[in-house]
Write a protein that binds this ligand. Structure first.
Ligand SMILES: C=CC1=C(C)c2cc3[nH]c(cc4nc(cc5[nH]c(cc1n2)c(C)c5CCC(=O)O)C(CCC(=O)O)=C4C)c(C)c3C=C
Ligand SMILES: [Fe+2]
Ligand SMILES: [Fe+2]
Length: 370
């Protein structure tokens, strides 16, 4: 048996097909403790996510975290779970369908799109195999994280490359590291806020809350913090906000070490105590609503703000399937597949031309014979 995945249906002359792998973080299969244990085990065993040496981390993970956290997290997931399942997966599927539709409109040649989750399902392995079955020879990896972070973007690449190591015929590869300052992304966020403010009263302050990471990672050279700050600055400029009209904060702290500051929950409590009565929250780092926005921001942090004396707390949804968001993601795909998708349509064109020439020649030959 070969250690590599072979090309079962290989035949000469097959058209090169371009594939795009959309990847988000992943979510448990069900909102119960055993599904959470499986999901958290895979997620928190990733050395890109927790950078503590393995000999020290594994006992903490297996003896302190995995016996307790799954049940606590399951309760949180139950609050946001819908009939279709986890919001992150449902929204990602809707994004996939919308992007596929737009790609079919934009590209002449075949561009195959698959969705994968870094942890859980659909797995990167299964989605890559689907692309392989479609004859994909050029692959673009698009992690759905606007800001590059080793714990999210780099681990997506690691996992994809690890799978491709098993392929006999590796596709050509391109990766998208980030789109934190892409004009289309900033514009989609801006318009989403304006549309929200057109329909709802505007708060005194806009909080832009990003998922946190350990502060140590910033000192070790992870560009995530700086990319979050740049997104925030560009968004504020586009919105014409003065510096006292918005705050940048970091949410979802995990463990006891210091994470990026200021923390979202602590900021909300102190703002309320300082007399700020109304805030609007946006989470520009999340391409799709998920536990961290729907439960942590919408439920937990709202309670913190109101308990500390705040009166109005509004969460502006993630970009999800917003028209501008889908257009921007397709623009990104188009930019990063330059020379690929055109080549395959050129290839189609050349083939059609060759076929036409052959038909013409055959007709001429037949005419000459008669
Ligand atoms: C342990 C360290 C963690 C790091 C570092 C981290 C970075 C990070 N995460 C996201 C995006 C998401 N995280 C989500 C959930 C989640 N995150 C962690 C831990 C770290 N994240 C945990 C343990 C969990 C699971 C829930 C829980 O038990 O608290 C999600 C939501 C998934 C869902 O199912 O809805 C997202 C999305 C980013 C962008 C990031 C670094 C920039
Ligand atoms: Fe996280
Ligand atoms: Fe959280």
């Amino acid at each position: 048996m070969s250690r590599f995945i072979n090309e079962q249906d290989y035949f000469h002359g097959k058209a090169d097909c371009t594939g795009v792998l959309l990847v988000n973080l992943g979510t448990p299969d069900a909102p119960d403790a055993s599904s959470l244990r499986r999901y958290l085990h895979e997620f928190l065993s990733d050395p890109r996510v927790v950078e503590i040496p393995r000999w020290l981390w594994y006992p903490i993970l297996n003896l302190a975290i995995l016996p307790k956290r799954p049940a606590v997290s399951a309760q949180k997931y139950q609050q946001i779970w819908t009939e279709q399942g986890s919001p992150l997966l449902t929204i990602s599927r809707q994004q996939q369908a919308a992007i596929q539709k737009e790609l079919e409109r934009r590209f002449q040649g075949p561009v195959k799109l698959e969705l994968a989750m870094r942890y859980g399902n659909p797995s990167i392995r299964d989605s890559l195999l689907k692309l392989k079955a479609e004859g994909v020879r050029r692959l673009l990896i698009l992690p759905l994280y606007p800001q590059y972070c080793a714990a999210t973007t780099a681990t997506t690449f690691d996992a994809t490359f690890n799978e491709l190591k098993r392929w006999r015929w590796m596709p050509e590869l391109r990766t998208i590291s980030h789109y934190h300052d892409h004009p289309g992304y900033i514009e989609a966020l801006t318009q989403s806020l304006f549309e929200y403010w057109n329909q709802n009263p505007r708060g005194e302050l806009l909080i832009m809350s990003f998922h946190g990471i350990p502060k140590r990672n910033l000192n070790l050279g992870d560009p995530y913090y700086c990319e979050c700050q740049k997104t925030a600055r560009l968004l504020a400029e586009n919105l014409n906000l003065r510096s006292n009209e918005y705050r940048v904060t970091f949410q979802s702290r995990f463990g006891k070490a210091e994470w990026l500051q200021p923390y979202t929950d602590k900021t909300l409590a102190s703002l309320a105590k300082e007399g700020i009565k109304s805030v609007d929250l946006i989470c520009p780092g999340f391409a799709a609503d998920c536990l961290e926005t729907l439960e942590e921001i919408q439920v937990e942090n709202r309670a913190i703000f109101l308990k500390a004396g705040g009166q109005a707390y509004q969460y502006v949804p993630a970009l999800n399937t917003n028209y501008r968001h889908i257009q921007m993601l397709c623009d990104l795909i188009q930019q990063h597949t330059q020379g690929w998708a055109e080549t395959s349509s050129d290839w189609n064109g050349q083939m059609l031309q060759k076929q036409a020439e052959l038909t013409q020649k055959r007709a001429q030959d037949q005419g000459a014979k008669q």
